[in-house]
Design a protein around this ligand. Structure first.
Ligand SMILES: [Zn+2]
Length: 133
């Protein structure tokens, strides 16, 4: 289960909305306690694809964030990206590019009047929704 405090939820949504009309993306860091994956930091990054249908994060941005996360004693919990005009579920490309089953893949849909945030674990080409609290 991904545990997301309201302030971090708001931060993800704000980054997603700020990236419109393109997809926005970033990394999530924190701690794991048993089944709970506690988000303690949201790192909004630039979508270097500048596209409304896919995203890439610059390797140097990711390295910078990973080193910050290590300094704080956290672990990388996952990543997030937005879907400006499609539902909050992984696209075929999202599934194809998901290389790490230990990560949470958070997707924010902005297609409706209210944002929808969902988290997924992706293993061997299959996406399974993960509870978010
Ligand atoms: Zn996607």
């Amino acid at each position: 289960m991904l545990v997301l405090a309201p302030e971090f939820y708001d931060e993800i949504i704000a980054h997603a909305q700020g990236g419109l009309p393109n997809e926005a993306c970033g990394l999530l860091a924190g701690e794991t306690r048993g089944e709970e994956r506690l988000v303690k930091g949201v790192y909004g990054l630039k979508n270097t694809d500048e596209s409304s249908e896919h995203f890439s994060m610059a390797p140097q941005d990711q390295f910078r964030v990973i080193s910050e996360i290590r300094k704080k004693g956290w672990v990388l919990l996952g990543n997030f990206h937005s879907h400006p005009s499609t539902p909050a579920r992984p696209s075929a490309e999202d599934i194809r590019l998901a290389f790490d089953p230990s990560l949470s893949y958070v997707i924010v849909s902005l297609e409706g009047p209210e944002p929808v945030l969902k988290s997924f674990r992706i293993l061997k080409g299959l996406a399974e929704e993960e509870a978010v609290r």
